[in-house]
Design a protein around this ligand. Sequence first.
Ligand code: GBH
Length: 463
Amino acid sequence: AVPAAQAAELRFPPGFWWGAATAAYQIEGAVAADGRTPSIWDTFAATPGRTDRGDTGERAADHYHRYPEDIGLMTRIGLAAYRFSIAWPRVRAAGGGINPAGLDFYERLVDALLAAGIRPVATLYHWDLPQELEDTGGWTNRDTAGRFADYAAAVAGRLGDRVSMWNTLNEPWCSAFLGYGSGGHAPGRRGHRQALTAAHHLLLAHGRAVQALRAAAPGSQVSIALNAGAVRPVSDAPADLDAARRIDGLLNRLFLDPIFRGGYPADIQADTATLTDWSYVHDGDLAVIAAPVDALGVNYYQPDLVGAAPAGRVDAGTPYPTGEDVAFHPTPGPTTGMGWSIDPTGLRDLLLRFRRDYGDLPVYVTENGASFPDEVGPDGRVADPDRVAYLRAHLAAAHEAIAAGVDLRGYFVWSLLDNFEWAYGYSKRFGIVHVDYDTQVRTLKDSAHWYRDVIAAGGLPHR
Ligand code: GBH
């Protein structure tokens, strides 16, 4: 018999971190357990009209109580690494200070992962700001960055000897521009100036957390997960090229330039000069933000095809400051259950762009996946061929980037479990494991079985 490792068509590097990802509020439930305080997502989801059908994360996939079973699923799939997030509102006590019972949960989780031979990759902030901190201004308040560093130090003090890699923030673009700009995410506030302010305080929080993690957990690796995108102009007409420049600037360079080059992009500062004077950027902030990281995480779903909107058409609800005259075009071709285009060339291009513009740093695909309306069939099977095709095509694109010299060290499927898809509630299923929200029964989808074979082979098998 041919050993599985030799059967791979596209082989990935030895030691590659084959993983899956989740986030606390999307799976844990148990929102009042063991001293957890409310987060902005509890408040937002409880506000009528904010989430699909009024869904909340109150029960979600009940992972808080079922984590041993879920680690059993990871073992069946053969995961080498598991990316989860730590809920700040579990770790921060009401009124401030540390809630040890919250840390206890993550210690149980991390120890159970290690006992199963799975590397823990922990994200410190996946959008669940303690509501008490929002009540003092949230990410528009500079103090929140300092509170985040205190929290990072407390978590690293407890778990720093056991976590393989830290992600400070998940997708700060979403926290700033959906949370404080367009208002589609918690806390649901609207305004370009405050969104730009929040983006800076999130970056400052990242930099301060890197310092805190280095001090408390000197041996561990530190990274950040960005929803960077491949932004493509719809034509090479000057107005379309300018729209693409601006969206690339706000989605990608606004975060990458401070972290990897120590400065904000001058074109974006000029574009937004009528919205903000950038006075919230204090002397010394950029040096903090540029504290070296060990790797970059990228969450990739689809490319963005952008151009100038037809004259007179105004997108008043855009999350992008100065983006009112920008149109987002559907990419021709198939889409996922979110309506997002399926185009793996965007992942390859993005990985190559990082290397070209920001240097040869280790990179992880910290999220990639697709939602489809999966159901358990009468035979107990969940057939999700569209997800298998999506994952296969994106792994092949990642492999192309590796072949072109990108130092890609791991890949995390979004998501391990069906979960609370933010404003979409439970109407969208991203898991490779199906969750029945009435019974909490988990069923491995075909994609989970397929992924197990990929991991066992060390790459993509022949079709
Ligand atoms: C990720 O974000 C999240 O990290 C994860 O929690 C989530 O479950 C997963 O992806 C699936 O959604 O300009 O207002 O039209 C998703 C990244 C970036 C997708 C912004 C939607 C367009 C928002 N998102 N994008 S808007």
